[in-house]
Design a protein around this ligand. Structure first.
Ligand code: URA
Length: 280
């Protein structure tokens, strides 16, 4: 008799291991055939906590075609990463070193299949004591080549935008949801986001900014589990572990739809106001 809890947990493990499970797939579990009746992948409102529960083996090395039940422990469910407490304060002087250590881990990360096609992992750039962290989606071709986030066309626009409120790249911090380039600039898959999520969480925990500026839907999904339209999120207030979050469009959207740029300016003014208020 199959225990359905165990089965669901195992399917989650498959997903997080980069093994897509699609509706209609025939799998084998505990020696018994199983047919999946609904897509078990999809969006990420319930982002998984990979910190304790991801097996220390390298699931990214598994072949997509291997659909026998894995023996590793199933992943546990993170209710909402946004609600967890911040880890103890990391002293300013220790932050560069902590970020360097984390960067070295991401540089050799093989958790998902993106490591197979990347030139290098793109960790993040900026000040370890930045008042604000901008969170994008994932590296594109230029970022993959140069090892720095937002250096392509979207990045040039982003630079102009934060320059307008008096920031340079050295003052702020820029990171992405996934650290390795999705091939052909496709969207990151749910499993890739989930497997990479803790690197971003750790970056935010170390830097502990006064505000987080989410650039587009993947940042909102990853940090808040928010799966709705960005335009709607812009009108709401969010926080991530006590840190205010500003929801904004991805700069690539303004390149496609320049008439929407004013929304980006408004969001930056909101950020500026929020940071000023915190100085009082
Ligand atoms: N470059 C990045 O680093 N991130 C994005 O989301 C887009 C371009």
């Amino acid at each position: 008799m199959i225990n359905s809890d165990e089965l669901v947990a195992t399917l989650e493990y498959w997903q997080l291991s980069g093994i897509d499970v699609l509706s209609g797939d025939s799998l084998e579990y505990s020696g018994l055939p199983v047919t999946i009746s609904a897509r078990s992948g999809g969006a990420l409102p319930t982002v998984r906590n990979t910190r304790e529960s991801i097996p220390t083996s390298t699931p990214g090395k598994q072949k997509k075609t291997t659909k026998s039940a894995p023996t590793a422990k199933p992943v546990s469910v993170l209710k909402s990463s946004a609600e967890e407490p911040l880890i103890p304060f990391v002293e300013h002087k220790d932050r560069p070193q902590q970020l360097e250590k984390l960067q070295a881990i991401t540089a050799s990360c093989t958790r998902c299949e993106l490591h197979l096609t990347r030139k290098q992992a793109v960790f993040g750039v900026g000040s370890p004591t930045a008042p604000v962290v901008f969170v994008g989606e994932g590296p594109g071709a230029e970022e993959d080549r140069l090892g720095e986030p937002f250096v392509g066309d979207s990045g040039k626009l982003l630079d102009k935008m934060f320059h307008a409120i008096g920031f340079s790249r050295q003052d702020i911090y820029i990171a992405n949801v996934v650290k390795c380039r999705p091939p052909g600039n496709r969207n990151p898959l749910p499993a890739e986001v989930a497997l990479c999520q803790n690197y971003l969480i750790d970056q935010l925990q170390i830097i502990r900014p006064k505000a987080i500026f989410c650039l587009g839907k993947f940042a909102l999904l990853c940090l808040l589990g928010y799966d709705g339209p960005v335009g709607k999120a812009r009108k709401s207030s969010f926080s991530w572990r006590g840190i205010p979050v500003i929801a904004s469009f991805h700069p690539a959207y303004y390149l496609r739809t320049p008439s929407k740029k004013s929304a980006g300016w408004q969001d930056l003014l909101k950020l500026q106001k929020l940071l000023k208020e915190q100085e009082k």
